[in-house]
Ligand binder design. Sequence first.
Ligand SMILES: Cc1cc2nc3c(=O)[nH]c(=O)nc-3n(C[C@H](O)[C@H](O)[C@H](O)COP(=O)(O)OP(=O)(O)OC[C@H]3O[C@@H](n4cnc5c(N)ncnc54)[C@H](O)[C@@H]3O)c2cc1C
Length: 380
Amino acid sequence: MINFNLSEEQRALQNLARKFSMKEISPVALQYDKEPAFPEEIIKKAHAAGLMNLTCPREYGGQGMGLVNASLITEEMNAACVAISGMIGINSLACGPILIAGSDEQKRSFLIPLNQAGQTASFGLTEREAGSDAAGLKTLAKLEGDHYVLNGQKCFITNASYAALYTIFATIDPAKGTKGICGFIVPRESPGLSIGKVEDKMGHRALNVAEVNLENVIVPRENLLGKEAEGFKIAMETLDEGRVNIATCGVGLARAAFEAALDYAKKRVQFGKPIGTFQALNFMLADMAAAVDSARLLTWYAGSLADAGKRFTREAAQAKFYATDVAMRVTTDAVQIYGGYGYTKDYAVEKYMRDAKLQQIFEGTNQVNRIVAGGALMRG
Ligand SMILES: Cc1cc2nc3c(=O)[nH]c(=O)nc-3n(C[C@H](O)[C@H](O)[C@H](O)COP(=O)(O)OP(=O)(O)OC[C@H]3O[C@@H](n4cnc5c(N)ncnc54)[C@H](O)[C@@H]3O)c2cc1C
C-alpha cells in the first residue's frame, strides 16, 4: 500500500512555509526582479522561522530534516519566488560537502557558527573552461608544509558576493583529472580571495551570481574535506542532493505558473465565455496539472530513497531534468494562456518563464542529467 497522505507534522511544515512565503516573499518578488538586491531581511526572517539549513542536522545548528520534508518547504517558497528562495536555500548546496565529508571538528567549527548567525555560504566548482566537464577544473591547490595554496578562478558562483564561507574544489594536478580534485573549506576573510564579475542575468534576478578569484589563498591543511583527491566524489554526492532540491524548485515554479494560468483562464472572457472553457486551453491546463503532479511525485520518490539511505543518483537526475523541463513547459504555456498580457511585466508569468530557463541549466544541465540517468541505466 502506498500512502500519499502527508502526516500532521508535514502539513504543519507546509503551512508554515506557505504562510511565510505569502507574507514575506510573494509581495516583493516582482520588485526584487526589477531591482535585484541582497534579500537580507527576508533571509533573517526565514532563519528565525526555522526555514533555513533544512537538511543540516540539529547538532550542527540546522533543522535536521530529510529531503522529503525539506521539499515540502522548498516547494512553497519557490512558488513565491525562485530567486529569493534560492538565496535562502543556498546553504543546502554550499554546506553539502562539509556534511558529506567533513569531520565532526570541521562541522562544529564551521557549520554551527554559520547556521547560528543565519549566514550564507557558496559552492565553488564551476570554472570558465570547466562547466559540464567539471573534472577539467584548473584551480590549483599546492601543499606547502601545513597549508595549501590555492590559485585560480571560479565562475557562476551563487551567493558569492555575500557568502561567509566557500566550499571550493581545486586540483593538486590537472593531469590527474577526477583523481586530483580536493574539496576545501575557505573562509570569506582569507587573504587573496576576492569577488570578480557579478552576472547580469535573464531571470533569477535576485540570485547573486559572481566570480570568485583565488590568488595565493592560504588554506590550512585541516580545512581539507575528506582525504586528498576525494573532492570529485564529494562534489558529485553533493549534487545528488542538490538535484532533488532543484527538482523541488521546478515543481514550485511550475505550480505557481499553473495556478496563475488557471485563475486567469477562469476570469478572462472572449467570445462571451471564459477562455478556459475553450478546449484548446482546457486541454493545455489539464496537461499542465498532470505535469506538475507527476514532477512532484518523481521528486518525492528521489527524496524518499535518500531519506531511506538508499542510492538515489539516477532518481535525483531524473527528477531534476523532468521537473525543470516541466517548469519550462508550464511557464511557457502560462504566458500563452495570458496572451499579450502574459508578455508584459504587469503579470508574474513572464518572470516565471525567464526564471524557469536557469533550472534546466544549473546543477548539471538537463543534457548532463540525462547522461547521469542514462549511464546508471546501462550499468544496471
Ligand atoms: C545562475 C547560475 C548559477 C550557478 N550557480 C553555481 C554555483 O553556485 N556553483 C557552481 O559551481 N556552479 C554554478 N553554476 C554553474 C552551472 O552549474 C554551469 O553553468 C553548468 O554546469 C553548465 O556549464 P557551462 O555553463 O560551462 O556550459 P557548458 O558545459 O559549456 O555546456 C554548454 C552546452 O553543451 C551541453 N553539453 C556539454 N557537455 C555535453 C555532453 N557531454 N553531452 C551533451 N551535451 C553537452 C550542455 O548541456 C549545454 O547545453 C551556475 C550557473 C548559473 C548560470
